[in-house]
Design a protein around this ligand. Structure first.
Ligand SMILES: NC(=O)c1ccc[n+]([C@@H]2O[C@H](COP(=O)([O-])OP(=O)(O)OC[C@H]3O[C@@H](n4cnc5c(N)ncnc54)[C@H](OP(=O)(O)O)[C@@H]3O)[C@@H](O)[C@H]2O)c1
Length: 494
């Protein structure tokens, strides 16, 4: 049996925005590895900070992920084009623009600014990269002569003001133009007020711009073949390029890392909240096959939406995440940890324990650790890390305390549309996901790909953490004795 999906991609040119991101890299890998007969893959790349376009292209080709390709020659299919989604025509030169509009058959629009801060902070990037970016991509699509499908990568969090989220596009109480005109005013106070008060149903500009972009896609449905893929929190891969692959610390991974590094021992969370998470390779497989399916099925009345979320009968909670992680994390801790991770994560359900943990396990611990670092001639860093941690937790707090219900019928049905061969080539179903084993593999993935640690440093890491525990316990006993003796001296002399 042949792969119908691969046949669809044969000799078709693809354009990817956001190709350097977590999803983008895995998407490009999966396309090359599974559909080797795909045509040219155009990758939109911008110059960034100290890196020129050429330097970024070199770095891209040397990314570890592509070392897993069985046929490295496939990388010759990648054509890097300089531009940015927030520029008109994506900032493409005229030559490239005419090539792209004539050739490209599938466009994956994954570029976005994914900062989750509330209010003014990061709102300009969200407005430019997410909203203007989608406007520019849609405009480009209108001039494309060969387009079979635009896959817009949205987010399952776009309508978090609803408790039941269907595979539908919901209206937003402002237009893209209204939001952009507030942003153009440049008035920080007015922007902050608009986001925190007028648009308070959205936790941040990120989700607002994603929802507005979905509405823009809906408005273009009769002109452009579009589908929307909505991933939840995207985490390490199940299988491709290798089990546990990831490349960044974000939301889910960040929460695990903060705990693994010994930084956070308490959280303002509800441990029984379900985690909406999906493996990065499954998300990419949904994108690849949704493009194939949309490309075949046009025209349709509404934009097909795929909520790539686990079904409630097989999902995982934050409590389970910790429980499943305990054995691997204690068996193989990180050599970069500042102390052993807590065996439990204290929550507001036990307020006294929470207060104790905040004061003693975080504030006093951080101050003493930095004093120790200063005394030993090193620069203090633990207080700064704790402050960073608090800001990270603040930006994802809304995830940690509430459950949402999702309808994921289109996502589940996508597997059924695939033939047997494609089902094996593009696994994406979380129906029978073994979360414990996924979390174990994910932990080793974070250790390897984010912390860049070898498996054989486990002994050294355990030894280091034991020494650190002795030092911190010693410091606490010393501080305690100092306080007692000061009190004793005061009582004796007063
Ligand atoms: N990761 C998740 O947990 C998650 C969850 C739900 C939805 N999503 C959605 O999935 C998509 C990809 O997410 P990700 O995690 O892969 O993001 P990521 O790792 O942060 O990567 C973002 C990508 O967007 C590109 N980009 C941002 N602004 C751009 C601009 N103005 N012009 C050109 N490129 C620009 C970045 O390019 P540079 O390298 O040049 O910065 C990068 O390639 C996003 O649309 C996001 O909203 C992600």
């Amino acid at each position: 049996m042949e792969s119908e999906v691969c046949q669809f991609y044969e000799k078709r040119s693809v354009l990817v925005t956001g190709g350097t991101g977590l999803i983008g890299k895995c998407l490009v890998y999966n396309l090359l590895a599974n559909c080797p007969d795909v045509g040219t893959i155009y990758l939109l790349l911008r110059k960034k900070r100290e890196f020129s376009f050429d330097q970024r292209r070199e770095r891209y080709l040397n990314y570890d992920i592509f070392k897993n390709l069985k046929t490295p020659n496939l990388l010759n299919k990648l054509v890097f084009i300089e531009g940015a989604v927030d520029a008109k025509n994506l900032g493409l030169s005229n030559d490239i623009l005419s090539k792209v509009t004539a050739e490209v058959s599938i466009l994956f629009h994954s570029a976005a600014s994914v900062g989750l801060e509330a209010g003014y902070k990061g709102a300009d990037q969200a407005a430019n990269s997410n909203l203007r970016g989608t406007m520019n991509v849609l405009e480009l699509c209108r001039s494309m002569t060969n387009l079979a499908c635009l896959v817009y990568v949205s987010t399952a969090t776009a309508y978090h003001f609803k408790s039941l989220i269907e595979e539908k596009i919901y209206p937003v109480p402002c237009t893209p133009e209204q939001f952009l005109s507030v942003m153009e005013s440049g008035d920080a106070k007015a922007i902050d007020k608009f986001l925190r008060e007028d648009m308070k149903m959205f936790p941040n500009a990120y989700t607002l711009t994603k929802a507005l972009s979905e509405n823009l896609c809906q408005a273009e449905n009769s002109n452009i073949p579009i589908c929307i893929v909505r991933p939840p929190i995207v985490s390490s891969s199940v299988a491709t390029p290798v089990p546990g692959w990831t490349n960044k610390m974000q939301a889910f991974n960040a929460m695990i890392l903060l705990w693994v590094m010994g930084l956070s021992r308490c959280l303002t969370w509800d441990p029984d909240t379900r985690i909406e998470v999906a493996p990065v390779d499954y998300v990419c497989n949904v994108m690849i096959t949704a493009a194939w399916f949309t490309g075949q099925k046009r025209p349709v009345d509404t934009v097909p939406v795929y909520n790539v979320v686990p079904s409630e009968d097989n999902s995982v909670t934050w409590r389970k995440l910790l429980e499943y992680s305990l054995d691997v994390v204690f068996e193989s801790p990180s050599i970069k940890a500042i102390r052993w991770p807590g065996r439990q994560m204290i929550s507001p359900k036990t307020p006294f324990k929470l207060l104790y943990s905040i004061i003693f396990q975080h504030i006093i611990f951080a101050i003493f650790s930095d004093l120790f670092l200063i005394c030993t001639g090193s620069s203090p860093q633990i207080c700064a890390l704790m402050i960073k941690m608090v800001n990270t937790i603040k930006s994802v707090r809304w995830f940690l305390t509430k459950d949402w219900h999702y309808i994921n019928t289109n996502y589940l049905a996508l597997t059924d549309h695939l033939n047997e061969h494609d089902r094996k080539l593009f696994p994406m179903s979380m129906k029978n996901m073994d979360w414990k084993s996924y979390i174990h593999t994910g932990y080793y993935g974070i250790r390897k790909f984010v912390l860049h640690e070898d498996d054989d440093n486990t002994k050294a890491a355990i030894g280091r953490l034991r020494r650190l525990t002795m030092i911190t316990n010693g410091a606490v006993i010393f501080a305690f004795l100092m306080i007692i003796s000061t009190c004793f001296i005061l009582v004796l002399f007063l």
